[in-house]
Design a protein around this ligand. Structure first.
Ligand code: NDP
Length: 279
């Protein structure tokens, strides 16, 4: 865990950057293209998108710009996308993968995720991800928003264990049980909305800790993710914040401060509960 290019080895040997850029709620267009390119220019190697974000075309353009300008080679980038709920089925999921690739203008993805555990559908979709993986068309496969019960159900029939579970994770939702379960099964946890979609940035306790280290609240939270062994993908489209969010490798949170932040958990979500969603 030395710098922005540091990677975590997933159980299948694929190395995933521990810190990446999220692009949820960023419209396809110039702002997005610039944000992706700027992030790559500043050393980001991982970009997280999804079919439902409607911005894979722009993400692909940003990636190509980054490559053309000589900041990175494709093989050093780690690109994630996710299959949306309406496409969960064997054939439909394979087709959705093709469509994401076409929109991104890429020959393969580094990670493809089932976005939400839609009851009665995610196991068929998982078979499709296993096929894509076995055919070498994607480097790693995983899930998102899976609780323990969803993982247990999936694992009953899975040939391949998911390499990643990307879930809402921040100091108000620190997912301890889920992380323990994932660790036991070699599934790497990844945080979405690590900053609680911005809602934690004015939290007084975090501000107090941040002042002690001369860091911002965003940096404290991102560092807390990494020290807790959670891969993280904060979103920003602003260059100074993209840089700020990656400037977390020159300090370490003490054990006391780690437990102080761990103790802020209130099982509080900013997004839907995977046991109770209707989309
Ligand atoms: P984050 O927790 O990353 O917070 C993003 C918000 O914080 C934005 O409003 C951003 O504004 C602001 N922000 C970012 N950095 C700073 C900073 N240093 N100082 C002040 N404000 C800052 O929220 P997201 O919901 O976007 O989550 C991150 C990523 O996780 C998503 O983009 C997406 O890729 C993924 N995700 C996955 C989901 C899933 O179901 N699998 C669900 C939700 C998200 P600004 O851009 O103006 O800087």
């Amino acid at each position: 865990m030395k710098n922005l290019q540091s990677r975590k080895t997933l159980f299948n040997g694929v190395e995933m950057p521990i810190l990446g850029l999220g692009v949820f709620r960023v419209e396809d267009g110039q702002e997005l293209i610039d944000a992706v390119k700027i992030a790559i220019k500043h050393g980001y190697r991982s970009i997280d998108t999804a079919a439902i974000y409607g911005n894979e075309v722009g993400v692909g353009q940003g990636i190509r710009k980054g490559i053309e300008e000589g900041h990175v080679a494709r093989e050093d980038l780690f690109v994630t996308s996710k299959v949306w709920n309406s496409e969960l089925g064997y054939e439909a999921t394979i087709a959705a993968y093709e469509e994401s690739l076409a929109k991104l203008g890429l020959e393969y993805l580094d990670l493809y995720l089932i976005h939400w555990p839609v009851e009665g559908k995610y196991k068929e979709a998982w078979k499709a991800l296993e096929t894509l993986y076995k055919e070498g068309r994607v480097k790693a496969i995983g899930v998102s928003n899976f609780h323990i019960n969803h993982l247990e159900e999936l694992l009953k029939d899975a040939e391949i264990i998911p390499m990643i579970n990307q879930v809402e994770y921040h100091p108000r939702l620190s997912q301890k049980e889920l992380q323990t379960f994932c660790k036991e099964h070699d599934i790497q946890l990844e945080a979405w909305s690590p900053l609680m979609a911005g809602q934690l940035l004015d939290n007084e306790e975090l501000q107090e800790i941040a002042a002690k280290y001369g860091k911002s609240v965003a940096q404290i939270i991102i560092r807390w993710d990494l020290q807790n062994d959670v891969i993280t993908i904060p979103k920003s489209t602003k260059e100074h914040r993209i840089v700020e969010n990656a400037d977390v490798f020159d300090f370490e949170l003490t054990k006391d401060d780690m437990s102080r932040i761990n103790n802020m958990n209130k099982n509080q979500r900013v997004g839907p509960d995977p046991d109770n969603f209707d989309f």
